[in-house]
Write a protein that binds this ligand. Structure first.
Ligand SMILES: Nc1ncnc2c1ncn2[C@@H]1O[C@H](COP(=O)(O)OP(=O)(O)OP(=O)(O)O)[C@@H](O)[C@H]1O
Ligand SMILES: [Mg+2]
Length: 278
């Protein structure tokens, strides 16, 4: 429930521009600029530097993935961009505006299924638009659109417990997208799925990303997933959490399954594997 509550907070802030963009079907911007970001967790007894000197610009409609060892601060960084956690140094801006809290223009998808169990698939998708006061008729248009995008039209009236893990995660993505966010923040969204479902979800996500024109900041432990999805991969190191290296993924824009066999894919996989081993 903890997570559901936080997710809820993301949806409560009204964003007329997001609704307007949905109506007009216009392209979102969604440039994130992280400058000199630092995060210290401090209590009376201890002080822990979780993140230091993070500088990262994620362009409008770019797909950037963060990889790094457990505990290096990936989730902390994403939560700060989401406005769910506070930075202690530096700044984060979205299209020039400083991030000071959660907002509907930044949608979050976590590893767990943060669906409301008492709502149907359609109601889960319509939840954000409903909070914004969008009319029943228009909400229906929005949910129909996203049910189609995630290919779950037949499950509109089902409850989350009636769905498989992959299906639940598709609904979680649709729910985030229904707010027409400029940015999709995804923390190991496919981490709990079996290998086959994971591949299907990756392809679906790329389709959605192309169609919806959102900026995506994605966290994963899976190097192949990072290469397949991203335009750019950021490798973080620990103690303190910082950026070690950034890779531009030089693969065709159209990521067909064959891409996974390409020499550039295999070479990058090797390089990332070695970097993450140390
Ligand atoms: N509320 C908190 N108070 C103190 N320390 C925290 C808090 N939240 C996170 N940390 C510490 O910050 C560091 C980074 O945590 P974070 O969850 O961001 O790592 P991560 O890279 O996402 O790891 P994983 O890959 O395991 O998910 C960890 O050492 C963690 O113990
Ligand atoms: Mg994490």
């Amino acid at each position: 429930m903890e997570t559901a509550k936080k997710q809820e907070a993301v949806y409560t802030e009204p964003s007329d521009s997001a609704i307007g963009a949905f109506r007009a079907g216009t392209t979102n911007s969604g440039e994130i600029v992280i400058s000199g970001l630092g995060k210290v967790y401090a209590s009376k007894k201890s002080r822990f530097e979780a993140l230091a000197d993070i500088d990262l610009r994620i362009g409008s409609n770019e797909f950037v993935t963060i990889v790094g060892p457990s505990g290096c601060g990936k989730s902390t960084l994403l939560r700060i961009v989401a406005g769910l956690d506070e930075l202690t140094d530096g700044s984060v801006t979205l299209d020039g505006d400083e991030v000071v809290g959660p907002g509907a223009e930044r949608g979050m998808v976590f590893q767990g299924y943060t669906l409301f169990p008492w709502l149907t698939v359609r109601e889960n998708i319509e939840y954000g638009p409903k909070l914004k006061g969008i009319s029943t008729l228009e909400r229906r248009t929005i949910s129909n659109h996203f049910l189609k995008v995630i290919k779950l039209e037949k499950f509109a009236s089902a409850y989350p417990k009636q769905l498989s893990g992959g299906m639940k995660q598709r609904v979680a993505i649709a729910r985030a997208l229904a707010n027409r966010p400029k940015v999709l923040l995804m923390d190991e969204p496919f981490g709990a799925l079996d290998a086959q479902t994971k591949l299907e979800m990756q392809e679906m996500l790329l389709e959605v990303w192309e169609k919806e024109k959102t900026t995506v900041l994605f966290i994963t432990h899976d190097i192949e997933e990072a290469i397949f999805l991203s335009q750019r991969i950021v490798v973080m190191g620990a103690n303190p959490g910082r950026i070690l290296k950034t890779f531009h993924v030089k693969l065709p824009a159209q990521r067909t399954p064959e891409v996974r066999e390409m020499p550039a894919f295999l070479a990058l996989r090797r390089e990332l594997g070695q970097l993450l081993k140390h």
